[in-house]
Design a protein around this ligand. Structure first.
Ligand SMILES: Cc1cc2nc3c(=O)[nH]c(=O)nc-3n(C[C@H](O)[C@H](O)[C@H](O)COP(=O)(O)OP(=O)(O)OC[C@H]3O[C@@H](n4cnc5c(N)ncnc54)[C@H](O)[C@@H]3O)c2cc1C
Length: 465
C-alpha cells in the first residue's frame, strides 16, 4: 500500500511514522522547507524560538510513552504557570478563588453578587448556551465575565463574544462555574483527573518544541519514507470516488504521485479546492464562509535573565496590541542563555489587515512599547530578535461555522480513500497531543482495515488546556 500524506505537521508525521513501522510505503508532501508544522522551532542566535508557547500535555499514558520514544527520552517535565496580567497585577489562569481576593473589595463583592444573581435569575428563565458571552455569564456572572473572559477573548478573536460559538467556551474553560472553581481550589481533584492535565506538561529537553517534528522526520527517513519538503500540494485527481494521483510543485516543476490512500492534514478548505474535478458551488460558498484568525509573532531579546516565571501571560487590556507573551526559557534551559531572555509577543489579526501587513521594525516597536507600558521591561533593554506570521493559526468558531463545516466534511467523505485529520484537516481547535493521536489512529485504520475512530479525538466537550 502506498500512502501519500499531505502536510508534515504532527498529525501527518505521526501517521507516516506508524504506517512505515507497519511496513507500508509513504510519501509525505509538505509546503514548507521544514517538518513540524505549527509546532516547529528554529534557532536564532543563542535562542530556540517556537510559534508562541507550546506545552505538550495529555492524560493518555501510551501517548506520553510515544513522545518519549520519538524524542529518544530527551524530555523535561515542567509545572505549568500561566497568568493574566492587568492593572499591574498577575491573576491565575485558569481562574482560581484567590483571584477574587486579589480584586478591590468593592469589585469582589460585585462579582460574588453578580454570580448569585445570575444563578437566581436562571431558576425562572434559563440563559441559552448560544454564544460565548451567554455561556460564561450564566456560569460566572457579568463581572467575572468582563474581567477574566470577555475582554481577552474579544481582543484575541477580534470580534464580539456574542458572535463566537459557545463550543469554544465549553472546550477552553476548565471549570463548570464559579462554585466549581471554589471547590477545585479548596479540594483539587486527585491523580489522573483534570488537575494533573493542567499542572504538568512535557517539553523536549533540547531544540524547542520543534524537536518532536525533527525527530519524527529523522525516523521517517531512516525507515525509508519519502519526505518531499518545499512542495505545496495543489491538485488531487478523483476518479470513481477515489483519489488516484496527487499533484505538487517542487523547485518550480509540476510533479505527480500515485496513491492507494491519501492522509490529508492541510487545511480542509484548501484540500477541497485542490479536488479535480472541482467541487460544486455550494461547497465553494461554505468554504468562503469559514475563516481563520492569523497571528503575528514578535521575538524580543531582553537584557535581563527573566521577565516572569510564567510559560505565558495573557494581556487582556485593550490599549495594548499584544495579547499574550511567552518566555521559552521557562520551558527548557536549552532555549536561551542564562543572562538574557527572549519574550515572544503575539498579536492576532486577519490576513491582509494592518497588523498582518506590519514589517519587523514596526511590529517590534509596538511590542516593546506594550511591554514598557506594562512595566515588564525597562526602556532601552529590549530589541527585535525575529518576526514571523502564521496564516491558519485558529479556526474561527462563529455562530454559523458548524453548518459550513458540515458541508465541507460531507464533501470530503465522498472520496473513500482520502482521510482528513489533524487541526487543519478537521478545522478543529485541538492541541499537539490530539493531532498526534489522530494521525496514529488514521494509520491504525489503514493498517487494520477497521475504523480506529480518529474522528473522535478532541471532538467532545473536553478541556483543551
Ligand atoms: C499560538 C499557538 C499556540 C499553541 N499552543 C499549544 C500548546 O501549548 N499545546 C498544544 O498541545 N498545542 C498548542 N497549539 C496547537 C498545536 O500547534 C497544533 O495542534 C498542532 O501543531 C497541529 O498539528 P497538525 O499537524 O494537525 O497541523 P499543522 O501543524 O498546521 O500541519 C499542517 C501542515 O500542512 C502543511 N501544508 C499546508 N498547506 C499545504 C499544501 N498545500 N501542501 C503541502 N503541505 C501543506 C503546513 O505547512 C503544515 O506543516 C498551539 C497553536 C498555536 C497557533
Amino acid at each position: 500500500m502506498h500512502v501519500v500524506v499531505l502536510g508534515a505537521g504532527l498529525a501527518g508525521l505521526s501517521s507516516a511514522f506508524e504506517l512505515l513501522k507497519a511496513g507500508h510505503r509513504v510519501t509525505v508532501i509538505e509546503k514548507e522547507s521544514y517538518a513540524g508544522g505549527m509546532a516547529c522551532s528554529w534557532k536564532k542566535g543563542e535562542y530556540w524560538l517556537d510559534h508562541g508557547p507550546h506545552r505538550f500535555h495529555s492524560r493518555d499514558e501510551k501517548l506520553i510513552e510515544h513522545l518519549y520514544e520519538i524524542l529518544d527520552n530527551e524530555v523535561v517535565i515542567r509545572e505549568r504557570l500561566s497568568r493574566i496580567y492587568m492593572q499591574g497585577k498577575f491573576f491565575h489562569y485558569p481562574l482560581k478563588t484567590q483571584n477574587l481576593f486579589q480584586m478591590k473589595k468593592s469589585l469582589m463583592i460585585k462579582a460574588m453578587w453578580d454570580y448569585v444573581w445570575i444563578r437566581f435569575v436562571q431558576i425562572f428563565k434559563k440563559i441559552p448556551d448560544d454564544n460565548f458571552e451567554n455561556w460564561v455569564v450564566k456560569r460566572f456572572g457579568h463581572t467575572l465575565y468582563e474581567i477574566f473572559f470577555g475582554s481577552y477573548t474579544s481582543k484575541a478573536w477580534k470580534m464580539p463574544c456574542t458572535q463566537i460559538s459557545a463550543d469554544w467556551a465549553s472546550q477552553r474553560i476548565s471549570q463548570a462555574n464559579l462554585w466549581d472553581t471554589v471547590k477545585k481550589t479548596l479540594r483539587p481533584p486527585k491523580g489522573g483527573e483534570v488537575r494533573s492535565l493542567v499542572s504538568e506538561f512535557w517539553y523536549p529537553a533540547v531544540g524547542g518544541i520543534g524537536q518532536i517534528g525533527r525527530k519524527y522526520a529523522e525516523k521517517i527517513e531512516k525507515m525509508g519514507g519519502t519526505l518531499q519538503l518545499s512542495s505545496p500540494a495543489d491538485e488531487v485527481i478523483i476518479e470513481d470516488g477515489r483519489a488516484t494521483r496527487v499533484g505538487f510543485t517542487s523547485k518550480g516543476e509540476k510533479k505527480w504521485v500515485e496513491c492507494d490512500h491519501v492522509v490529508n492534514t492541510i487545511p480542509l478548505p484548501r484540500i477541497l479546492q485542490a479536488f479535480r474535478p472541482a467541487v460544486g458551488s455550494d461547497v465553494k460558498k461554505a468554504i468562503g464562509n469559514l475563516d481563520y484568525s492569523a497571528i503575528v509573532f514578535v521575538y524580543l531579546e531582553v537584557d535581563k535573565p527573566s521577565v516572569s516565571p510564567d510559560h505565558w501571560v495573557y494581556l487582556p487590556e485593550k490599549h495594548l496590541t499584544v495579547h499574550r507573551i511567552s518566555e521559552f526559557k521557562n520551558f527548557s534551559d536549552d532555549s536561551a542563555p542564562g543572562d538574557s531572555t527572549c519574550v515572544c509577543c503575539e498579536m492576532t489579526c486577519r490576513v491582509g489587515d494592518d497588523l498582518w501587513n506590519l514589517d519587523i521594525e514596526a511590529a517590534t516597536e509596538i511590542a516593546i512599547k506594550d511591554l514598557v507600558t506594562l512595566g515588564l521591561i525597562e526602556p532601552g533593554t529590549a530589541r527585535g530578535l525575529d518576526f514571523t506570521k502564521l496564516k491558519y493559526a485558529y479556526p474561527i468558531y462563529d455562530l454559523t461555522y458548524k453548518e459550513n463545516l458540515n458541508v465541507l466534511k460531507k464533501e470530503v467523505k465522498r472520496v473513500k480513500n482520502l482521510h482528513t485529520t489533524g487541526r487543519q484537516g478537521l478545522y478543529r481547535y485541538n492541541n499537539m497531543d490530539h493531532s498526534i493521536a489522530m494521525g496514529r489512529r488514521i494509520a491504525k485504520t489503514l493498517i487494520q482495515g477497521a475504523d480506529a475512530r480518529a474522528d473522535e479525538v478532541a471532538a467532545g466537550q473536553e478541556y483543551f488546556g
